[in-house]
Design a protein around this ligand. Structure first.
Ligand SMILES: [Zn+2]
Length: 188
């Protein structure tokens, strides 16, 4: 199965947020079942640590619990309010379950290279940790002011602004919003 929802080269925490989306005004959950989770993990796989690739779709409940927490934390950031403590705990737990450290290794050609070693965490915990760490980075890092929620009618997605006036998650949403505005102007 190909993942049917939006995956748009956004930071991982935003991709997780955006697994709740809408199509034709109907709310949809990309992680409604294990099949959906498997397909979605496949869609973001290239951006997860290599050790997360065996992540187990049967851990659906854990992924959905972290999604709730990540959504609350991202929304709190855009609303400039403190997040619910239970959400903070859930994000921190997921991060703590996959400790990691950089390791120095040999590169081909005689140089050196860095790799990240995850200590004893299983593939699913490594995936959950990657989403949690990304959420922490997003809401505390230099780009926290660039977090945006799409302003198009009916859209529930978030995005990271690549220019200060961006108000839509996609050009399709921008067009829809402009059409809606035009319709309102011409049909008073
Ligand atoms: Zn949108």
């Amino acid at each position: 199965m190909t993942y049917p929802g939006p995956v748009r080269e956004q930071p991982l925490a935003i991709e997780l947020h955006n697994t709740l989306y809408a199509a034709d005004g109907e709310p949809l959950d990309g992680l409604a079942d294990e099949r959906g989770l498997r397909a979605w993990l496949g869609a973001v796989r290239g951006r997860l640590p290599a050790e997360a690739r065996g992540a187990d779709p049967r851990r659906l409940a854990d992924v959905r619990r972290l999604r709730d927490a990540v959504r609350e934390v991202l929304h709190a950031a855009t609303e400039q309010r403190p997040p619910r403590p239970s959400a903070v705990r859930a994000v921190n737990d997921a991060s703590r379950r996959c400790p990691s450290s950089p390791q120095l290794g040999a590169a081909r050609g005689g140089g050196m290279r860095a790799a990240i070693d995850h200590h004893g965490a299983d593939a699913t915990d490594i995936a959950l940790g990657a989403f949690a760490v990304d959420a922490i980075d997003l809401v505390t890092g230099a780009r926290r002011g660039d977090l945006g929620r799409c302003g198009a009618p009916g859209c529930v997605l978030m995005f990271l602004r690549d220019h200060p006036r961006r108000a839509w998650c996609s050009s399709a949403c921008g067009n829809r919003a402009r059409q809606a505005r035009h319709y309102r102007r011409t049909h008073p």
